[in-house]
Design a protein around this ligand. Structure first.
Ligand code: ADP
Ligand code: MN
Ligand code: MN
Ligand code: MN
Ligand code: MN
Length: 359
């Protein structure tokens, strides 16, 4: 559809994908780079993998990804989770990795490590997270997919959960990504077209603790990888188009064991009190350029001030009506931007509600 796309030759590719691998397994190692993007490279293994411990540590040139200086460029990849590979099929896998330095310290962009430490220390509260990942699809030229060249579509209104030509763009990419996630075992819980045309959302969760970050990062990898085959770019920018066009968020739904049980509402209220005291600290890790999105318009709250309310989409945190009626459930932190790191977001929430831990 887009003008100057380089799409893969899927007819030819499918012939080779069917070839017997003679018992070897391909493992695609995936990691997070210095700009919040994903990188990957693959490795042949001798046979089927059934336990994370069977996966060897590996490394890459950190000076090429902005993750290490040239004179000490090795960054180590430590596997933390693996998933069936929806592209190569068979016993092939995708491997989510943490990044580590040669002196045994976590890489500066390894935000999983600290999050895992704080979650482990507070494991008895059994945190669940469900994140709503919004994103925008762009053509090769960087303009939203399907928008008139050098122009704008009609104002927002018909696009949210839209059906029909001119109302939604790239349903084929969204559908492919959804199936790829399910195949990989990602707990994707739904998807919908968003308020701005070419903007979409999918949800991952509820997942327990650190699993949410692992799954969400792998789902982002899958989205970039699927969109590659259609010649579209994915942007997680929180305000891709300035003006009267909705931004993109990463609404974060949270509950603990205590909140889900009878009388849980008082634990949610206690959580609101704690969150209200750390607005600045949270906003610091809730994504780059989030101030452009958090204008108080377009279903967002103020950037500086913490507020919460039942069924209020203009508050920092929304408690849904069902939860308020039942007196138990979960809350929705609406502040994180679409480009936030889910490890940082879920990590600081556990820290604020349960206390800091020396890593
Ligand atoms: P919204 O109404 O804000 O659009 P969505 O339906 O898009 O909400 O997303 C809600 C998310 O909350 C889903 O990912 C869902 O899995 C998650 N969720 C549901 N129950 C819980 C819970 N008890 N704890 C944490 N997350 C939950
Ligand atoms: Mn080389
Ligand atoms: Mn949603
Ligand atoms: Mn949404
Ligand atoms: Mn939401």
């Amino acid at each position: 559809m887009a003008e100057s796309t380089i799409v893969s030759n899927t007819a030819n590719l499918s012939k080779y994908l069917k070839l017997d691998q003679k018992g070897s397994v391909i493992a695609e190692y995936v990691w997070i780079d210095s700009s919040g993007g994903v990188r990957s490279k693959c490795k042949t293994l001798k046979g089927k993998v059934s336990n994370i411990k069977e996966l060897p540590e590996w490394n890459f040139d950190g000076s090429s990804t902005g993750q290490a200086p040239g004179d000490n460029s090795d960054v180590y990849l430590r596997p933390v989770a693996f998933f069936p590979d929806p592209f190569r099929l068979g016993d092939n896998i995708l491997v989510m990795c943490e990044t580590w330095m040669s002196d045994g310290s976590p890489n500066a962009y390894n935000f999983r490590h600290d999050a895992a430490v704080v979650m482990e220390a507070h494991a008895k509260h059994e945190f669940w997270f469900g994140l709503e990942q919004e994103y925008t699809l762009l053509g090769f030229d960087g303009w939203p997919y399907g928008w008139p060249k050098n122009g704008f579509p009609a104002p927002q209104g018909p696009y949210y959960c839209g059906v029909g030509t001119g109302k939604v763009m790239c349903r084929d990419i969204v559908e492919s990504h959804y199936k790829a996630c399910l195949f990989a075992g990602i707990e994707i819980s739904g998807t919908n077209a968003e308020v701005m045309p070419a903007q979409w959302e999918y949800q991952v969760g509820p997942c327990k603790g650190i699993d949410l970050g692992d799954q969400l990062w792998m789902s982002r990898f899958l989205l970039h990888r699927v969109a590659e085959e259609y010649g579209a770019k994915v942007t997680f920018a929180p305000k891709p188009i300035p003006g009267d066009w909705n931004g993109a968020g990463l609404h974060t739904n949270v509950s603990t064991k205590e909140m889900r049980e009878e009388g849980g509402m008082k634990h949610i209220e206690a959580a609101m009190e704690k969150l209200s005291k750390r607005q600045k600290e949270h906003m610091e890790v809730y994504g780059e350029d989030n101030a452009q999105r958090m204008t108080g318009k377009h279903e967002t709250a103020s950037y500086d001030k913490f507020t919460w309310g039942v069924a209020n989409r203009g508050a920092s945190v929304r408690v849904n009506r069902q939860c308020a009626q039942e007196g138990k459930g979960y809350f929705e932190d609406r502040r994180p931007a679409s480009n936030a790191d889910p490890y940082q977001v879920t990590g600081i929430i556990v820290e604020t509600l349960c206390g800091q831990v020396e890593g």
